[in-house]
Ligand binder design. Structure first.
Ligand code: PMV
Length: 338
């Protein structure tokens, strides 16, 4: 039996940072799925007697083998048939693995979609439950992956403000969002491709005893609720202001943790300042967000693409590593590959 899925990465607008036992989030998060940055994964399972697990990334034995092995092992209670089968897993990414952008969301999203699909073939998951099940399984590999299994905008984490929200899985929220946001584009300005000085799992752990832990949980809850309310309208200035505040909060938490981490580079700050100056001068609806790394995600609307491309080429590329950037946008979610 086999299954193959292509799954996008996603970028958080309200950030998940910190988790509880069972890979449950300390706070709700809100993101959108990208279109171009994707992982395609094929999983073939055979009865165990025929061999052990094989994991190939871009056709070669993978450095993620141990993490995937641990993931499958952790899912044995959740998916009992896992213990009876040997897995052959092959993955490819559309974006360079070393580009310094997070790939765990698309990687675990694609793998979880395959597992949920196989679970469906074994008669354990119904069509109605499919995406929720995939999101729940993805979460157990990487929290942010829970949000990658849907098109457009997703919300992960319980909030009294959103009916149906859960810490166990993400839910799609496209129906609540002003249609203008379907034009969102994300230019990822690659400032530094070096390995991050703190992995996101170590980063989440730093929140356990963080001096601002409780305040952050409160802030993220308010921000998630407020952002969803703002996104019911086309008030883009409020949208970009809140999204930027979230990105800076994430980095402020890292800078104030024990030990402290500084992930932004001088050119990250220069790019942030350029984007703010450009917005002040052009009055165009543009803004930025940042993941747990030095790269800057410039967010804007398709209708302004020409002006933004000119801005990127003339002002920003000299500040990126080897003039590298990824031209992405909001996407239609995962696709089953035959
Ligand atoms: O899914 P993880 O464990 O790699 O954590 C992702 C954390 C952030 O990317 C910084 C924020 C988010 O919500 O995606």
């Amino acid at each position: 039996m086999q299954s193959c899925w292509s799954c996008p990465s996603n970028i958080a607008l309200v950030k998940y940072w910190g988790k509880r036992e069972g890979q449950l989030p300390l706070n709700p998060s809100l993101s959108f799925s990208l279109k171009e940055a994707r992982t395609t994964t094929r999983v073939v399972v055979h009865q165990k007697s025929t061999g052990s697990h094989v994991f190939l990334f871009e056709g070669k034995p993978s450095i993620f083998s141990e993490r995937i092995e641990n993931y499958l092992c952790a899912l044995k209670d959740e998916i009992p048939w896992i213990s009876r089968y040997a897995f052959h897993i092959e993955s490819t990414n559309t974006f360079p693995h070393s580009a310094g952008i997070a790939s765990s969301a698309s990687a675990f999203g694609a793998l979880a979609l395959c597992l949920a699909d196989l679970d469906r073939q074994f008669g354990e998951t119904s069509d109605d439950q499919f995406y929720q099940r995939a999101s729940q399984l993805a979460r157990m590999g990487s929290g942010s992956a829970a949000r990658s299994v849907y098109p457009g905008f997703s919300w992960w984490g319980y909030s009294p403000a959103l009916q149906g929200s859960s810490d166990e899985y993400a839910i799609p929220v496209n129906g609540k969002i002003f249609p203008g946001y379907s034009q969102l584009r994300d230019a990822v300005l690659l400032v530094d491709s070096a390995k991050k000085s703190v992995s996101s799992s170590a980063g989440h752990q730093l929140m356990e005893n963080h001096p601002y832990r409780d305040k952050r949980i409160e802030q993220a809850n308010v921000h998630a609720e407020e952002l969803l309310r703002i996104m019911q309208t086309g008030r883009y200035d409020e949208f970009f202001q809140l999204v930027e505040q979230e990105a800076f909060s994430l980095h402020a938490l890292m800078m104030s943790s024990v030990p402290p981490y500084l992930l932004l580079k001088p050119n990250s700050i220069r790019i942030i300042e350029k984007i703010r100056d450009f917005r002040n001068q052009s009055h165009l609806p543009v803004g930025l967000t940042i993941d747990a790394g030095p790269n800057i995600h410039l967010l804007y609307l398709s209708e302004n693409r020409d002006a933004i491309q000119r801005f990127i080429e003339t002002e920003l590329l000299s500040l990126t590593e080897n003039r590298a950037w990824l031209d992405d946008r909001i996407g239609d979610g995962p696709v089953k590959v035959e």
